[in-house]
Design a binder for this molecule. Structure first.
Ligand code: FAD
Length: 635
């Protein structure tokens, strides 16, 4: 009896302890994080000149001293691409005072704009799709200060055309084929104009076309989007063991996950479309947006891109540079600052916690208890390796990666003052020029070829024609056109160690640039805009080595890691790292493209601020919900 009594009381004790632990844990997990400080929205009437000046604030010691709050910054963000800026602006909306450090001369990373002899050029955001979540995110991180408008060239009865896929001629026996991608008529069901275009071009392959378009449209459904959202919600729960996280991903994010594990080509074959045939090539016409060739590209991203643009395209008023400029205004309003020409080359670590960073200018150190790195997953881990043994993680990152495509650019400036108004080119769609279909075979040929021997696969676009705010900033007589081609790294690798001065002095590099200019000019510009030749005032080439300079890349890889099946299972691609206070963000941890990089910045801000606790994740509550009156963005 006595023994029974003792056991009962120890059981009671155990039960009570268990209940206490459960209550505390549940409270911690389910309590939304409180708003940290009061946030004052930025003044909406800041001029473009003021915003622009603040987007080029070079780091100096005196500026740093002046900008540092008395009690220091709350967070440091390495890299001012869309993800870093979005993470900083999201935290700023909770009142965090962030210090953004960008090694380039402008804020924006892949979304930055730069000036060439008075002409503004976009670099890495040529168009956006129609994504409710992306637009909500942009609005959230800019406090509603960004306007986005439909873009494209009007096509009779089909609405605006945003992309035109042009295939051929490969040789003199071949012909040119054009495929317009349009938004469709007002009020029409999403995807119908795409379906109509494919059916009109491939009347004998009706059932394949119907199946293809139906599958693309599934990717815009709530169910599929929730499946993708679960992959990212589980990334937020970084404390879950990697194996368990992967197992849960396979269940909760099943539709999206399955698409990550099959290549675009294999998926097309699975629905009976030959990826090398003409229909297959048109279905793959936007694959270059995803940065890796079709036999390696994950279907999740392949279909994601088509679904993103199937209902037309949009562009920020004020150009892609408006994105970092407006987010920077939000960061500053909360007491933060963004500096350019600030290359972070080390972390400050004390007591096994990050305490700040070292910037390579006079080895200035800047302190904050939170450091978010948006510079890419591998460079972020390499920075960590000085302090923590992360050999295993680095080899895991390397073994699941291949750099994405490197582009080479021709930037063309035009002064059209003397062009009669009625002759002005009003087209604003992107032209994708493919010398032939069979894209994978073509890319392999390109990799093995000498520079500019083969006819080139090109993208031709005019930034000035897409930006609804262009005339206000630059008047109506300046026009800009960009021609892009893929550039195998082997074509430029021999000059990789030269600095700008060395490259300017290198005859080999300069003659490579001249050959590039000639090829992109003849095959790109002159094919699309021959009537504008007489208005050209300048042509400049940017190579993958230029990309390395502006975006701190290694192989000119424009989209970071390649979105191949093996990339998705890499357990390191989450915000949490082995060092307390040090977090990752960026397209490598999300997906490439503006939508994916914004989502990754927001995801990391949720985790850092404590908003991504289990209870919030389950209830789809987000950082935006912690701000009065803001609905969840991905909920
Ligand atoms: C040519 C091109 C065309 C594209 N077209 C489109 C498009 O039309 N639509 C679309 O949605 N997306 C497009 N993208 C993709 C989009 O631009 C990227 O996905 C996006 O910019 C990724 O954002 P991010 O913040 O993750 O990385 P990034 O934009 O690469 O930003 C990372 C930043 O970190 C900085 N950095 C790196 N190391 C350090 C360091 N040690 N210290 C300080 N700073 C550092 C870099 O300089 C860079 O500014 C394009 C990209 C390119 C390059």
């Amino acid at each position: 009896m006595n023994t029974l009594n003792t056991m009962t009381s120890s059981n009671k004790l155990l039960l009570a302890a268990g209940a206490a632990v459960t209550t505390v844990t549940l409270t911690i997990l389910f309590t939304p994080s409180p708003v940290k400080r009061k946030f004052v929205p930025p003044p909406p009437n800041e001029t473009y000149e003021e915003e622009d000046k603040n987007a080029r604030l070079r780091l100096t010691e005196s500026r740093l001293k002046k900008a540092t709050p008395d009690d220091g910054f709350d967070a440091i963000i390495i890299g001012a691409g869309p993800s870093g800026m979005c993470a900083a602006a999201s935290l700023a909306r909770l009142g965090y005072r962030c210090c953004v450090l960008e090694q380039g001369e402008e804020l924006g990373g892949g979304a930055h704009v730069f000036s060439l002899k008075g002409y503004e050029f976009e670099t890495g955001v040529h168009y956006l799709g129609t994504d409710v979540e992306m637009e909500k995110m942009l609005s959230f991180a800019t406090c509603g200060m960004i306007d986005i408008a439909d873009i494209g060239t009007p096509v009779e009865g089909e609405g605006l055309m945003h992309d035109e896929i042009i295939i051929g001629p490969w040789d003199k026996n071949d012909t040119e084929r054009r495929y317009p991608f349009t938004k469709g008529k007002d009020g029409e069901k999403e995807g119908e104009s795409f379906r109509r275009m494919l059916l009109s071009k491939f009347p004998d392959e009706k059932s394949k076309v119907e199946r293809f378009v139906d599958e693309v449209m599934k990717c815009r459904s709530y169910k599929y989007k929730q499946s993708a959202a679960w992959l990212f919600r589980l990334k937020a729960l970084s404390w879950l063991p990697a194996g368990l996280r992967l197992a849960l991903t396979k269940v909760l994010a099943r539709d999206f996950w399955n698409h990550t594990q099959i290549t675009a080509e294999d998926w097309l074959r699975s629905i009976d479309i030959d990826p090398s045939g003409e229909l297959g090539s048109v279905c793959l016409g936007q694959y270059s947006d995803a940065g890796v060739r079709p036999d390696e590209l994950s279907t999740a991203l392949y279909l994601g891109v088509i679904a993103h643009y199937i209902n037309g395209a949009r562009y920020p008023i004020g150009g892609s540079g408006a994105i970092p400029r407006k987010m920077n205004a939000v960061i500053r309003a909360a007491g933060g600052v963004s500096f350019t020409q600030a290359y972070v080359n080390a972390l400050v670590v004390e007591n096994k916690k990050v305490q700040g960073v070292v910037v390579n200018k006079n080895n200035v150190s800047i302190r904050a208890p939170i450091v978010i790195n948006s510079a890419g997953a591998l460079p972020s881990y390499e920075l960590l390796s000085e302090h923590v043994n992360v050999d295993k993680q680095i080899s895991s990152l390397k073994s699941t990666d291949k750099p994405s495509v490197a582009f080479i650019f021709l930037f063309v400036s035009l002064d059209i003052t003397k062009q009669p108004e009625k002759e002005r080119d009003e087209t604003s769609h992107n032209r994708w020029i493919y010398p032939k279909g069979e894209f994978t075979a073509y890319e392999k040929e390109l990799d093995d070829s000498e520079p500019w021997v083969l006819p080139q696969r090109l993208f031709v676009a005019s930034g000035s024609s897409k930006d609804g705010g262009w005339q206000t900033r630059h008047g109506k007589n300046k026009k800009t056109i960009v021609v892009l081609a893929a550039c195998p790294w082997s074509w430029v690798s021999e000059w990789k160690d030269l600095d700008k001065k060395g490259r300017d002095a290198s005859k080999g590099y300069q003659s490579f640039k001249e050959a590039t200019k000639k090829c992109l000019w003849e095959q790109g510009f002159m094919r699309v805009y021959p009537h504008l030749e007489k208005y050209v005032v300048d042509k400049e080439v940017g190579t993958p080595l230029t990309t390395n300079n502006f975006l701190a890349k290694v192989h000119g890889e424009c989209y970071g890691r390649s979105a191949m099946p093996m990339h998705w299972g890499c357990p390191e691609l989450v915000p949490k790292t082995p060092l307390s206070g040090y977090w990752l963000t960026g397209q490598d941890t999300g997906t490439l493209g503006l939508a994916g990089s914004l989502a990754s910045g927001y995801l990391t801000a949720n985790v850092v601020s404590g908003c991504a606790r289990l209870g919030n994740v389950i209830r789809a509550l987000e950082l935006s919900s912690a701000i009065q009156g803001e609905e969840a963005i991905y909920g």
